[in-house]
Design a binder for this molecule. Sequence first.
Ligand SMILES: [Zn+2]
Length: 225
Amino acid sequence: MVEPFIRNHHYNFIKNQADIVQKATVSVSDPKVLEAVRYSAESKVLNAFPHGTESQKQLLKKIALLKEAEDFKQYLSSLLPYVVPFPQVTEKQIKKLFPKNKKLKVPDLLTLDYQSVTYLGWMDIATSKLFIVYPAGEEIVGIEGKFTIANRKNTCSLCHGHGEVALFSAVTKTRIAHASPDYYKAIGNYICTDSAACNKRITDVAVLERFIHDVTGRAITKHGT
Ligand SMILES: [Zn+2]
């Protein structure tokens, strides 16, 4: 039985590493250098799964053996059944996360590519609000904030891609010790306006999880890295 263990951001990371190896197979003539590139990709990929089982490691390690363009394609598609899809959420569940937004527009869940989603993100132009939904352990959490479209292209804090971004600012619920009762702090992050593209690029969830933690004041249950 196939047990999914690769999250979307892991898959993007493996894909990047496979791209590096593939480029090296074409451009590097020194076998020793090529070997080093293969070894580096293998260790980086394995390091992303510190709790991986022996069979999972065997599967991932194949990255070091890929030679032809077809091998790379096959390797990446052989991993797809192991990708953990975004949890099946209903419109009702999402609306419940944002009770203050009576006319909340929810993204089209029927056409959503659940396998390529780390977080659900969408903007409501009418209210200038940006919403993020993220699975935190067994739960699904939602954060909302105001957004302003940046005038110029910038680096997204979540995927580190350079492109059209919006400054997403939210008020944090975490209080510093001995703060006055009206203490609040706004925190902001540049985030891709194209959420699907961002989800295809994101290789690390640390910034996203910290941001959600800062806004909600809740610890994100770690599952994997
Ligand atoms: Zn992004």
